[in-house]
Design a protein around this ligand. Structure first.
Ligand code: SAH
Length: 219
């Protein structure tokens, strides 16, 4: 077997299908979410040296001390937003590799994504172009601020762990809008908030392990 054939095997449709099966077994049953996951080639979102591990259900390093989330968690968070209301206009905080954005973009009308590390954002933008994901708009800025010029959003997903919910994000939700965010430092938990008038209804989903949400931008 040549290197190219081995590479193709690692990233083949069947390899991807196995991953979808594992995610489904762990409890994500939403068909539209699973289709979105199957449609995005995760090996293009990691370094070539890690491409053979791209369809394992694990988080992987993407440089700058950051990670691409575990596919199960990507699916879980996506399904939590997909099954609770519209996704015409969606905001992601923490673009990273761009993988979660690419999955959300399969389901969203327009996907806005914000990243504080310029080097990561440049890589993600190249991937969005390669995959012709023309409904993704990205910005190099501090996600604590959200994206006020484009608010309000149907849904907001934060893919780094905050100590407390960034206030600005609540304010940028439509009525009935959903915010999914990991909260905590050592022991983190994933929360789903829903805006009901001036109140926020909160649901705890599960224990998670994300890199921290950090203030400010860096090149
Ligand atoms: N969704 C990403 C996960 C990347 S890890 C993916 O699918 O690959 C979390 C990302 O959040 C990192 O890239 C980190 O730089 C970014 N991040 C952390 N704090 C942030 C902030 N305040 N604003 C924007 N991005 C932030």
């Amino acid at each position: 077997m040549t290197e190219a054939q081995r590479g193709a095997g690692m990233t083949s449709a069947r390899t991807r299908e196995r991953l979808i099966g594992r995610v489904r077994e762990q409890g994500v049953r939403d068909a539209r979410t699973l289709e979105a996951l199957a449609a995005v080639p995760r090996h293009l979102f990691v370094d070539e040296a890690l491409a053979t591990r791209a369809y394992e259900d694990t988080a992987l390093p993407i440089g700058h001390g950051q990670t691409i989330s575990q596919p199960y968690i990507v699916a879980r968070m996506t399904a939590a937003l997909r099954t609770t209301g519209p996704l015409d206009k969606v905001l992601e905080i923490g673009t990273g590799s761009g993988y979660q954005a690419a999955v959300l973009a399969q389901l969203a009308g327009c996907l806005y994504t914000v990243e504080r590390v310029g080097g990561l954002l440049r890589g993600a933008r190249r991937r969005f172009q390669t995959l012709r994901l023309t409904n993704i708009v990205s910005r190099h800025s501090d996600g604590y601020e959200g994206w006020p010029e484009e608010a309000p959003f149907d849904a907001i997903m934060v893919t780094a762990a905050a100590r407390t919910v960034p206030e600005a994000l609540f304010a940028q939700l439509k009525e009935g809008g959903r915010l999914i965010v990991p909260i905590g430092a050592e022991g983190q938990e994933l929360f789903l908030y829903r805006r009901r008038g001036v109140a926020m209804v909160c649901e705890r989903l599960e224990a998670v392990n994300f890199v921290p949400l950090l203030p400010g931008e860096i090149a």
